[in-house]
Design a protein around this ligand. Structure first.
Ligand code: NDP
Length: 444
């Protein structure tokens, strides 16, 4: 049996009931075969793959808090510090009822390679809780965030582990967590990113993942001789990543005609109204059913359906495994040119394979959504310098980083004879740096 298959089998056996983690490991290891085959003897002796699939540390803790009725609630908190070979742990905190250790491990594992791809010195981690901020009062969210941080603070620090936002963790949650950390530690330090602008946050961090996705998409299309301007796009989700992906797509001359939330989806043939979407989601924290009030010509549908609309480019920006094989078939039948992932692992393995077989340009999330973590690392730099850069400075650095990622994954794919396969390219480009650092640092 090949080294890759041996390690994958042992991951499945040792981590039962964690299908998302198995899926992420399979995707990465399968695409690394050319590099691993070329270095098999060394990697086997050093147990490099066995080490890279095992988190350095996994923390699981109780998060008790009191709701508005005086009832005590108990959630579970997690932080998985996966790999610190190239820098302090970095990765978001997800607050969603679906969170469990397998989800956090899949996200932490992906984060190792994504962070490496940015070219910045940051290791991989992820955390979160099964707490659902939806429908909770501000006081309840604060109570949860304070309790969560009262345990998490022991394991994080500006040179150790710097968490950020993710699904369900936006500026409000980061603010409450930062406040509690500062109180407990009596230290004003850059321990979280995604902070408010008045207390150490970076301009352009809110926009970074969505904007970065479009910078990469534009560059990737250019590499393939195609212009983004004038194209019609499908976006799923209506959260942080989706909103700013739509905004930047429109600024670059493309038109986005869909968005969604976990209840339904919107089709607006004239192009999604970003100001309306921001008011619904960011200000009113409401549902997409409200959208029709702003745009009477749009359609609202319950359930799933975004991928059935005819368009040139698909940008899944909601959550993992939201674009299935049937959706991929529909997209191909409708002549889609490119699928670029704003969310983490939104496309199933079978759907990815189908898209690639049908010559659809496919950019994996670990490259395409790396703009968020890259700008978080820029926030860390500004905090260390005790300076704030302008929006234009941060946005220009973000664009440079995304253009570099595009070329690095393209080059890596070509170097190993997989031209145009950006999954292989992104994984190899991310892996090489981490593997070399791990080998250089000995058995730790
Ligand atoms: P948000 O919480 O702001 O938005 C998530 C969106 O996806 C919402 O519209 C939400 O709908 C929808 N969604 C979430 N879970 C599901 C589900 N199970 N089924 C259907 N729809 C769902 O999160 P973000 O925009 O920050 O994150 C989106 C994705 O991007 C995630 O995969 C995240 O890991 C990834 N990502 C985020 C980064 C960031 O900087 N924020 C950086 C890199 C990756 P509803 O409101 O109904 O729940």
């Amino acid at each position: 049996m090949s080294y890759v298959d041996e390690v994958y089998e042992s991951v499945v056996a040792k981590n039962p009931g964690q299908p998302e983690f198995h899926q992420a490991v399979k995707e990465v290891l399968d695409s690394l075969r050319p590099v691993i085959d070329a270095n098999e003897q060394l990697y086997r002796k050093e147990a490099l793959l066995e080490r890279i699939v095992e988190p350095e540390r996994q923390i699981k803790f109780r998060v008790p808090w009191v709701d508005d009725k005086g009832q005590v609630q108990v959630n579970v908190g997690y932080r998985v510090q996966f790999n610190s070979a190239i820098g302090p742990y970095k990765g978001g905190l997800r607050l969603h009822p679906s969170v469990n250790i397998g989800i956090i491990k899949f996200l932490g594992f992906e984060q190792i390679f994504k962070n490496s791809l940015t070219g910045l010195p940051i290791g991989g981690a992820k955390g979160g809780s099964d707490f659902d901020p939806k429908g909770k009062s501000d006081r309840e969210v604060m109570a949860f965030c304070q309790s969560f941080m009262t345990e998490l603070y022991k394991y994080i620090g500006p040179d150790t582990d710097v968490p950020a936002g993710d699904i369900g963790t936006g500026a409000r949650e980061i603010g409450y967590m930062f406040g509690q950390y500062k109180k407990i530690r009596s230290a004003y330090e850059g321990v979280l990113t995604g902070k408010g602008l008045t207390f150490g946050g970076s301009l352009a961090r809110t926009e970074a993942t969505g904007y970065g996705l479009l910078y990469l998409t534009e560059e990737l299309l250019k590499l393939n001789g195609i212009e983004l301007a004038g194209k019609t796009c499908l976006v799923s989700g209506s959260g942080n990543v989706a909103i700013y992906a739509i905004e930047k797509a429109h600024q670059l001359g493309a038109k986005v005609v869909t968005c969604s939330d976990s209840n339904g989806w919107v089709y607006d043939p004239d192009g999604i109204d970003v100001a309306a979407l921001k008011e619904i989601k960011e200000v009113n924290r409401a549902r997409l059913t409200e959208y029709k009030k702003y745009r009477p010509n749009s359609e609202y549908h319950e359930g799933r359906g975004v991928w059935g609309i005819k368009a040139d480019i698909a940008l899944p920006c909601a959550t993992q495994n939201e674009l299935h094989l049937d959706d991929a078939k529909q997209l191909v039948a409708n002549g889609v040119i490119a699928v670029c992932e704003g969310a983490n692992m939104p496309t199933t393995l079978e759907a990815t394979q189908y898209l690639q077989e049908n010559k659809v340009i496919f950019a994996p999330g670990k490259a395409a959504n790396a703009g968020g973590v890259a700008t978080s690392a820029l926030e860390m730099s500004q905090n260390s310098e005790r300076l704030s850069w302008t929006f234009e400075e941060v946005d220009a650095k973000l664009k440079d980083i995304m253009v570099n990622i595009t070329h690095n994954m393209d080059d890596a794919a070509k170097r190993y004879g997989f031209e145009g396969n950006y999954v292989v390219g992104a994984n190899i480009a991310g892996f090489e740096k981490v593997a070399n650092a791990m080998l250089a640092q000995g058995i730790v």
